[in-house]
Design a protein around this ligand. Structure first.
Ligand SMILES: C[S@@+](CC[C@H](N)C(=O)[O-])C[C@H]1O[C@@H](n2cnc3c(N)ncnc32)[C@H](O)[C@@H]1O
Length: 413
């Protein structure tokens, strides 16, 4: 099997940077790529803006590649090149399905929900391996029917004859410079050798030894308590969508319609601290003005604010205090798309050379995600550079998973 890849919802290319271990850009702006994995197609389209900053960046870094800049919903799935691995970080949306009004019998996922696009590709292309990333709240969504959306996703995978593993990983637990918790999902199609070997394993072994996540990111091998849930209950997906819920834990494995889940603990490694990624002599516009300092002091301070909800009920909204600036001896917190703006969750550091408070620079944000310096410096506005990093991922996590996936694919016929 060749190590061919398609990257969906590609953004500025975090999966490709990670899988191909990219750390440099050449004089023309292209990534210097070792091509461990051969990226045969990538898709990125931002619905909310006319200018396609993420795609432009991807295309500059990966020229001479088959990069597509249209809504994935408009792509003819049969025309996507054959590939061994589909990867992508897709938005967390409401996956519920309803009985279709048009033919009375069918079921329909909501329009615009991108999970169904992934499923359509898996149906059309019979992709052997799938690696997805999403926010960790996916397993508890929606709030009123926790676990439903993830259950729908697992049931779809099961119907398409995949075995699935998942793990919520806080990148800093495994030594990376950001406390970013994300769910990673790895699906393996029946018929591959890896499917045969993993499905012969006992379930606990998948969690602690044999599974992709256990191999790349070890967990404490004691007290593994496993709960299970039947994803075949309810005769059709619409009933399942109406009724299903389950308290999924941070780790799991799904085989033939049964999901096994356990709360695992990482074997923790010391993380890279913010102090290791900060730049020196940064431009003066990154430093806080007096009024910005006051605004941020208020936003990061503790507060109790009387509010009224949409039904007219009055309540007190309260928030605890955050430290006035981020501790340089710790890894970064989760970067959001609002990084670099006046916002409670924005990183504020005490500049080590001047001792004055400032925002992180876009390069520091790239370092928190382990992109090469200036990766997003392709002419897009500074605000958008922060936005791209808030949307992206810690590439080192993908690199580590990629090293295992490489071996898995090399073991296939
Ligand atoms: C969470 S981000 C993924 C970021 C990416 N992993 C990276 O490293 O930069 C999701 C991406 O999906 C893109 N997107 C949203 N709707 C889309 C659609 N209908 N078709 C294609 N891409 C879409 C967004 O523009 C965004 O870049």
């Amino acid at each position: 099997m060749e190590k061919t890849v398609i990257e969906l919802f590609a953004g500025v290319g975090g999966f490709r940077v990670g899988l191909n271990n990219i750390s440099k850009i050449d004089k023309k702006g292209a990534a210097i790529e070792k091509k461990k994995f051969n990226f045969v197609w990538a898709n990125q389209w931002e619905p909310s803006t006319k200018i396609q900053h993420a795609f432009d960046c991807y295309n500059l870094r990966f020229p001479n590649s088959h990069n597509s800049n249209i809504d994935i919903q408009l792509v003819d799935k049969n025309k996507i090149p054959n590939h061994s691995l589909l990867c992508g970080g897709f938005p967390c949306q409401d996956y519920s399905v309803a009985r279709s009004l048009s033919n009375g019998k069918g079921i329909e996922g909501k329009k615009g929900v991108l999970w169904w696009q992934i499923r359509d590709i898996l149906i059309a292309k019979k992709t052997p391996f799938v690696l997805l990333e999403n926010v960790d709240r996916l397993i508890i969504s929606p709030a009123k029917q926790r676990g439903r959306d993830f259950g729908i996703m697992l049931r779809c995978f099961s119907e398409l004859e995949y075995a699935v593993e998942w793990r919520i990983i806080n990148a800093a637990d495994y030594g990376f410079p950001q406390r970013r918790r994300r769910i990673y999902i790895f699906a393996v199609k029946k018929g591959t050798s890896f499917y045969e070997s993993i499905t012969k394993s006992n379930i606990t072994n998948v969690f602690v030894k044999k599974g992709l996540f256990a191999r790349a990111f070890p967990v404490v091998n004691e007290n593994i308590k496993i709960k299970e849930t039947n994803l075949k209950q309810y005769s059709n997906l619409a009933d399942f969508s109406d009724k299903y819920g389950f308290p999924f834990e941070n780790s799991g494995y799904m085989l033939k319609g049964t999901a096994y889940t356990s709360k695992t603990k990482p074997v923790v490694r010391k993380a890279v601290s913010l102090s290791k990624i900060v730049e020196s002599n940064v431009d003066k516009h990154f430093f806080l003005t007096e009024s910005e300092k006051n605004e941020l002091a208020y936003l990061r301070g503790s507060k109790r604010i009387p509010r009224t909800d949409i039904k007219g009920h009055k309540y007190i909204y309260s928030e605890g205090a955050m430290s006035p600036y981020d501790d340089l001896s710790l890894p970064g917190r989760t970067m959001l798309t609002s990084e670099g703006s006046i916002n409670r969750s924005t990183h504020i550091i005490k500049d080590p050379t001047t001792n004055k408070m400032r925002f992180l620079t876009p390069i520091e944000c790239e370092r928190l995600n382990q992109f090469p310096d200036n990766w997003t410096n392709n002419g897009m506005p500074e605000k958008r550079r922060y936005f791209m990093m808030g949307n992206a991922l810690v590439c080192g996590v993908i690199k580590k998973l990629g090293e295992e996936i490489e071996q898995i694919i090399e073991g296939e016929q």
